[in-house]
Design a protein around this ligand. Structure first.
Ligand code: AMP
Length: 178
């Protein structure tokens, strides 16, 4: 595999934009071409974990579903564990839940009550920051567990939706910003 560091321009070129998916008016950012390219996938994980060293993070938390792919790989890179924040009704043990408003309706995410210990240093990872509702709900869940949230890292940020404002107290980094 070619180990030359990747550029954000290369990631941006590989991201496929699908108009009107899953609903009219949404420009869906499809990261499957990035994941399918081993050099880009490894490069993205390197960039998402660049500010951390093994031993400095107790868990990488990923958000259902594409966030799992990135967070699990980031956890291995940082030699630490992976914790899922899932859509409601999917986790089998006792959970905390957090609901947030969407443009139409609402969504609920959940975490196992014992997923991280109080004071654990966690990195939150998701594929895309849009309005910020999902990440803000995941942060609320982690705060309920008493986690020390080191940062929130995204592959993509849709900056025109100002989702970052909802995460104002947590260091937030995105690799490709539209
Ligand atoms: P939000 O809560 O509005 O920040 O939405 C973020 C979540 O919805 C992420 O987990 C994304 O996977 C997904 N998402 C929102 N908008 C898009 C989009 N335009 N393309 C792909 N995924 C999106």
């Amino acid at each position: 595999m070619n180990q030359t560091p990747i550029t954000t321009a290369e990631i941006e070129q590989a991201i496929r934009t699908i108009p009107d998916f899953p609903k009219p008016g949404i420009l869906f950012k499809d990261i499957t071409p990035v994941l399918a390219n081993p050099r880009l996938f490894a490069g993205v994980i390197n960039l998402l974990t660049a500010n951390y060293q093994p031993g400095s993070v107790d868990a990488v938390v990923g958000i259902d579903a594409r966030g799992f792919i990135l967070a699990a790989a980031a956890a291995l890179k940082l030699q630490t564990g992976f914790v899922p924040v899932r859509k409601k009704g999917k986790l089998p043990f006792d959970t905390h839940e957090e609901s947030y408003e969407l443009e139409y309706g609402s969504n609920t995410v959940a975490i196992h009550v014992d997923a991280v210990k109080p004071g654990a240093r966690v990195l939150l990872v998701d594929d895309l920051l849009a309005t910020g509702g999902t990440a803000a709900a995941a942060i609320s869940l982690l705060k309920k567990l008493g986690a020390n949230i080191l940062g929130v890292n995204f592959l993509i940020e849709l900056s025109f939706l100002h989702g970052r404002k909802k995460l104002s107290d947590i260091p937030t980094h995105s690799l490709v910003v539209y």
